[in-house]
Design a binder for this molecule. Structure first.
Ligand code: PHE
Length: 456
């Protein structure tokens, strides 16, 4: 234990908000959200997603940040402390650290594609394609090149390690303060470009006028799962960021701001992408390849497409970077708090370990393309295991812990610290949070979880 070294804190309130919003806003918003919405009928999915954010997202986010702030520890230490040493709950924290390794190991592979696409867009290769199929073929040829995929993956890991080594204030907070405003500006530029294209209104209709006939039970589950992933919940990233907060910070208001920023960026990404897709006569439902196959074609067809293609992939890489650093910070905080390691050593050793764990994911598109585990390639297996199993399971346990072990009354009195005047004005918020964390969130997350492992 490193009681000797004083634990860092955020330098400012806005520093925490931007860092946590940076964690939340990532590939989940700009890559996943638009393609899932595109595959599931647009507006109807968006509506259910927004409800999921309020029903599960906000209450669980508050719970995670609260556990972190109350204990000022990493997920393992935090659960151990609040549960008075229970082995079970300590292991729940450990599961979060493990999920951090796994998610980062494949997340950084996709982020590497985005870095690689900055270079491709600068080279102007998209202008040689006429159809998404040609763009898709090119994408496949890139990811089947071991050096291309592993090289950009390594570069992205190195960038994340670089930021985290500098620590909470000088690394994560400072990085987020520069990168997040840049991300907003780039996003607004892309939204304005999308909205001013001829035929943009078709894309807006798709995003805002619900077609309820496209909604099935599956849509609801996808929306719930997405609400979870996009807010970085279930593995202790928000808990760890919360652990650097001060007792005078207002958690409900901060959580509300983070959720608002995350949702705003997902919706703006939806506007930027669907206006462009519809204006150029392409289809919205092309799945995970939407931004890698379809957007390059969109860029070739739009005025100023060359510049906008470069901006887009820079934006995507920035968003991925601020999420990746939160994943790496969970692992780092664990080794610093629990094992007394220096930050530098923890980042260098476990950044490298994560890179090594990720290599089979990177090779899933080339050397290991024929290796399948229960019908999935290695990449999809790690993605499924972490995003569909470990995250919902972690979230479920967090909600149960707060609702039944720590007890909502105790949690609530911790939550009121720093938020006295807020609760004075909005007393109903305490009731909302208690009911949702104790009843709604566990039941709904349990359904998502059981569904994703095929039990229901
Ligand atoms: N929220 C991130 C995104 O939307 C992903 C993430 C999940 C980051 C879990 C940290 C923890 O891309």
């Amino acid at each position: 234990m490193s009681e000797v070294v004083k634990r860092e804190k955020w330098g400012s309130k806005i520093g925490f908000i931007l860092a946590a919003a940076g964690s939340a806003i990532g590939l989940g918003n700009i890559w996943k959200f638009p393609y899932i919405a595109g595959d599931n009928g647009g507006a109807a999915f968006v509506f259910i997603y927004l409800i999921s954010i309020l029903v599960i997202g906000l209450p669980v986010l508050i719970a995670e940040v609260l556990i972190g702030r109350t204990t000022s520890l990493n997920p393992v230490g935090a659960f151990r402390k609040l549960s008075h040493g229970s082995k079970f709950w300590t292991a729940v924290g450990g599961m979060g650290v493990l999920a951090g390794f796994l998610i980062l190991s494949y997340y950084a592979v996709v982020a590497g594609w985005s870095l690689g696409y900055i270079v491709e867009s600068i080279k102007g290769v998209f202008f040689e394609f006429k159809t998404p199929a040609e763009a898709g073929h090119y994408f496949n040829s890139l990811i089947s090149n071991v050096w291309w995929i592993v090289g950009y993956f390594a570069l992205f890991m190195a960038l994340s390690m670089f930021v985290v080594i500098f620590g909470v204030q000088k690394g994560i907070e400072k990085g987020s303060k520069i990168l997040m405003p840049l991300l907003f500006v780039l996003m607004l530029v892309l939204v304005i470009r999308g909205l001013t294209l001829d035929g943009a209104s078709e894309g807006m209709k798709f995003l805002w006028y619900p077609d309820w006939s496209a909604v099935t039970g599956e849509t609801i589950l996808l929306a719930l799962g997405q609400a979870f992933f996009t807010l970085s919940l279930g593995m202790g990233a928000m808990l760890t960021y919360g652990s650097y907060m001060s007792k005078s910070d207002n958690i409900p208001v901060s959580a509300f701001e983070i959720v608002t920023l995350d949702t705003l960026i997902a919706l703006l990404a939806g506007i930027a992408i669907f206006t462009a897709v519809f204006a150029t006569g392409l289809r919205p439902d092309s799945g995970p390849g939407l931004i890698f196959y379809t957007l390059p074609i969109v860029f070739t067809k739009m005025p100023g497409g060359y510049i906008f293609s470069i901006l887009f992939f820079i934006l995507l890489s920035i968003a991925a970077l601020t999420s990746a650093i939160s994943l790496l910070e969970v692992i780092t905080a664990y080794f610093v708090d629990e094992k007394g390691w220096s930050r530098k050593k923890a980042v260098l050793v476990f950044g490298t370990v994560t890179f090594i764990i990720g290599i089979p994911s990177a090779l899933s598109y080339n050397v290991l393309a024929d290796v399948h585990i229960f019908g999935r390639n290695f990449f999809d297996t790690v993605d499924f295991l972490s995003a569909n199993i470990l995250l919902p399971l972690g979230g479920l346990l967090i909600a149960l812990f707060v609702g039944y072990f720590w007890k909502t009354e105790n949690a609530l009195s911790a939550l009121k610290e720093g938020a006295e005047s807020f609760f004075g004005k909005y007393g109903w918020f305490a009731v909302y949070w208690k009911i949702f964390i104790k009843y709604f969130a566990p039941v709904l997350i349990a359904i998502v979880f059981l569904k994703s492992i095929g039990i229901i």
